[in-house]
Design a protein around this ligand. Structure first.
Ligand code: FES
Ligand code: FES
Length: 180
């Protein structure tokens, strides 16, 4: 009997469980968009280069076009559809709205998911390539525009809304005590 090319799996997305049968080659991005109708996550390059498909997997950002759906079983996936609390926008969403952090909006779901994780990573003391003093005792560096640009550099915006995106991430981070 030839080996099976598909599997039944259960994905946990935005706190809900979904059981589906997928071809083993199906990416998490395609499973979300085409099987679960969660089209908030966008497909840009489909090659891991633009960040449009960024989701959170166990709280860490992940480009879903490079992850197989079968490898996401047992992980907690958060998409842009799951970041708000009911009618209340996530602080990062609110900041993007207030500061016009988008134009066409195609990159925005990925930018927002990435920014949510960036703020957590920074608060946890993770250094970036822009961090001068990387000694653990130095603590998180100020979340300067340079730090935000470096940490968000995996998310491209074809409209070039970067100035407002940096401002929006800084505003959302202020609530956590980061100095922008
Ligand atoms: S669509 Fe995944 S990184 Fe571009
Ligand atoms: S707002 Fe259009 S690609 Fe970023």
């Amino acid at each position: 009997m030839p080996p099976s090319t598909s599997s039944d799996l259960t994905l946990s997305v935005n706190g809900e469980k979904y059981t589906l049968t997928v071809d083993h080659r199906t990416t998490l991005l395609d499973a979300l968009r085409e099987r679960l109708d969660m089209t908030g996550t966008k497909k840009g390059c489909d090659q891991g280069q633009c960040g449009a498909c960024t989701v959170l997997v166990d709280g860490r950002r992940s480009v879903s076009c490079l992850q197989l759906a079968v490898a996401a079983e047992g992980r907690e996936i958060t998409t842009i559809e799951g970041v708000a609390e009911g009618e209340e926008l996530h602080p990062v969403q609110q900041a993007f709205l207030e500061l016009d952090g988008f134009q066409c909006g195609y990159c925005t779901p990925g930018q927002i998911c990435s920014a949510i994780a960036v703020i957590e990573e920074h608060a946890a003391g993770w250094p970036s390539a822009a961090t001068g003093d990387v000694r653990p005792e130095a603590g998180p560096p100020p979340l300067t525009p340079e730090e935000i640009r470096e940490r968000m550099s995996g998310n491209l915006c074809r409209c070039g809304a970067y100035v407002s995106i940096v401002q929006a991430v800084a505003r959302a981070a202020e609530a956590k005590g980061a100095v922008a």
